[in-house]
Design a binder for this molecule. Structure first.
Ligand SMILES: Nc1nc2c(ncn2[C@@H]2O[C@H](COP(=O)(O)OP(=O)(O)OP(=O)(O)O)[C@@H](O)[C@H]2O)c(=O)[nH]1
Ligand SMILES: [Mg+2]
Length: 570
């Protein structure tokens, strides 16, 4: 019994954790709440031993209350011709086991508790319930509220109506939860064929060898088709009142509830999605994000070109200088409000990379992810919450990366090869004209010296022209090469923005993929927690599966397999 409550407590905790985390929903919670947890022992909390709870159920007017009065030997319950008669439950308990308080679901106002001092049936608590198929909703509710607290259902029918008794359907669903004894009361109105027919119906309902007793409650006993069997009925109940058999019947009830719990848990576990489903979603999401990233990168092309063009026009080269001058001339005194500092310009260019359009693209990818999760039958809330964070931070991440990239690129424009080549051309632009100048100077000094000694004529115009040409030839090629190698400001800015965007899109992509992965892993952990509860339920059910071999018990137990039982309920 403790194990049973412990399993329900574990399941309740798992479900409420699941609902909180979004793995499970209200459906699971209400399905769990619908599983009956109440048990006969609840009527006698705080007592070491409890009596067998035997209850008279059946349609109205079949004579349940009359039967209880016969059992008690006094008029405990109201009986009558008015239908329905009983609107309250009569609880007829051994004086020593009188319950101090009743479970909250059982309204105290609609129960009369009477004590008995029977020696023969000292350990039996009797219940006389209103009709279970009552047109009166309150009667039905009352009968159904008491049912979970019953070990042994004494199902009373009359010869006149035992075939299409609607209450029978309700009770059949509960087949595996109780022990069953059947009574055909008003036997004065029946015949032997009806009794046989009723027994055949019961055998069809998985009662291998049902106990059917025929009774008649009239004080003036007329001729009956067969003798009244109240004493035999009482003898059977007497045989079931031992502590061991009460325990066996309670075990039966617990097993039925655990089977229901197992079914509910299995459904909930399935709704968390299995590993394969999550894996497929992860693959789908990766391809979805690469599509989104490609679209974002494509869509940013114009924005990047425009930003780069603007910065180049404002700061780069002769055209930029002319523009600045022109602007100053057009408006000499005004302090241009739109004039931005270089840092602001870089920030604006970085900021422009992630605009509303980009944001909408990402949002649409997330919406599609949510739809996909739903279509796959996976719980969407936790995964969507995990995706939301990297998606929310995307704008800030791209902007920061673009700013960094721009600063680095502008301070060290070009790639490594370009930078090395430019060092060489820079060096040559100085070194070659330097060397040429040294050679010209040397030639001029030596020429002057020789001329002053009359060994050669003084250097003239041709030397000057040649020197000029040598200077030009030594300076111009490295200078032109250097200019050619200098990266344009526009290309540098555009390259930096594109590199930052692409790198960051990939980074966001892997953060999003990691978020999906984390969700899948969490779902897996949550699922295994549920599976371990199911395994514990199975273990407990296996222990309970051994059907009692006790002949007194086997005759009152319906031998339905769990599958049949669920099918009947469906
Ligand atoms: N002919 C005949 N009448 C009976 C027998 N047992 C009870 N009755 C009568 O049937 C009527 C209904 O009996 P109850 O005991 O009130 O029936 P119940 O099943 O408790 O009915 P509800 O309380 O309405 O669910 C009463 O008038 C009884 O006197 C019987 O064996 N034969
Ligand atoms: Mg009654």
């Amino acid at each position: 019994m403790n194990e049973y409550h412990a399993l329900f407590a574990r399941a309740a905790e798992w479900i409420s954790d699941g609902v909180r985390a979004g793995w499970l929903g209200d459906v699971d919670q209400s399905q769990f709440a619908a599983i009956e947890q109440a048990a006969p022992a609840d009527l006698f909390t705080g007592r070491a031993a409890r009596p067998l709870v035997a209850a008279l159920f059946g349609g109205t007017g079949v004579g349940k209350s009359s039967l209880l009065n016969r059992i008690a030997g006094e008029a405990l319950a109201r009986t009558g011709v008015q239908r329905p008669t009983s609107r309250e439950v009569t609880l007829y308990v051994p004086a020593a086991a009188r319950p101090e308080k009743l479970p909250a679901a059982l309204p105290l106002g609609s129960v009369q508790i009477r004590e008995h001092h029977s020696d023969a049936l000292a350990n039996v608590a009797w219940i006389d319930a209103p009709d279970i198929d009552s047109v009166e909703e309150s009667n039905r509710r009352l009968a159904l509220a008491w049912l979970p607290h019953v070990d042994l259902v004494i199902y009373v029918v009359s010869p006149e109506r035992y075939r299409d008794d609607p209450g029978w359907r309700v009770l059949q669903q509960r087949g595996g939860r109780h022990g069953w004894i059947f009574v055909m009361n008003r036997w004065d109105e029946g015949d032997l064929r009806q009794r046989e027919d009723f027994a055949a119906i019961l055998r069809g309902a998985e009662f291998a060898d049902p106990l059917v007793f025929c009774t008649c409650g009239l004080s003036q006993t007329p001729r009956l088709p067969s003798p009244d069997q109240l004493d035999e009925l009482l003898a059977r109940v007497r045989a079931l009142q031992s502590a061991h058999r009460v325990e066996e019947l309670a075990r039966l009830g617990c097993a039925a509830r655990l089977r229901e719990l197992r079914e509910m848990l299995s459904g909930a576990i399935q709704r968390c999605g299995d590993e394969e489903k999550w894996e497929q979603f992860e693959i789908w999401w990766r391809s979805q994000w690469s599509k989104t990233a490609a679209a974002v990168a494509d869509g940013a092309t114009w924005v990047i070109q425009a930003s780069a063009g603007r910065i180049a026009a404002l700061h780069g080269g002769v055209v930029g200088a002319i523009r600045r001058q022109a602007a100053a001339l057009r408006n000499p005194r005004s302090v241009e409000p739109r004039e931005l500092t270089p840092a602001d310009e870089l920030a604006a260019a970085a900021h422009g990379l992630w605009d509303e359009w980009t944001e909408a693209k990402v949002r649409s990818a997330l919406d599609q992810a949510e739809t996909r999760l739903r279509l796959d039958g996976l719980p969407s809330a936790p995964a969507m919450a995990a995706l939301a964070e990297p998606a929310r931070d995307a704008a800030a991440a791209v902007t920061a990366a673009a700013r960094d990239e721009l600063r680095v690129a502008l301070s060290r424009p070009g790639d490594l090869l370009q930078r090395l080549a430019r060092r060489a051309t820079g060096f040559l632009t100085v070194a070659l004209p330097g060397a040429a100048l040294a050679w010209i100077a040397y030639t001029a000094i030596v020429g002057y010296f020789n001329a002053s000694r009359g060994q050669a004529p003084f250097l003239g115009t041709p030397f000057l022209v040649h020197s000029g040409l040598v200077m030009l030839v030594s300076w111009l090629p490295p200078f032109l090469l250097d200019r050619r190698l200098r990266p344009s400001l526009q290309r540098t800015v555009a390259g930096a923005l594109r590199a930052a965007l692409e790198r960051e899109l990939e980074e966001i992509g892997s953060r999003l993929a990691a978020a999906v992965g984390r969700s899948a892993a969490e779902a897996g952990r949550f699922r295994s927690r549920g599976e371990s509860i199911v395994a514990a339920v199975d273990e407990s059910l296996q222990a309970a599966a051994a059907q009692p071999t006790d002949a007194d018990l086997t005759r009152v137990i319906r031998k339905a397999t769990p599958v049949d039982e669920f099918a009947a309920r469906a």
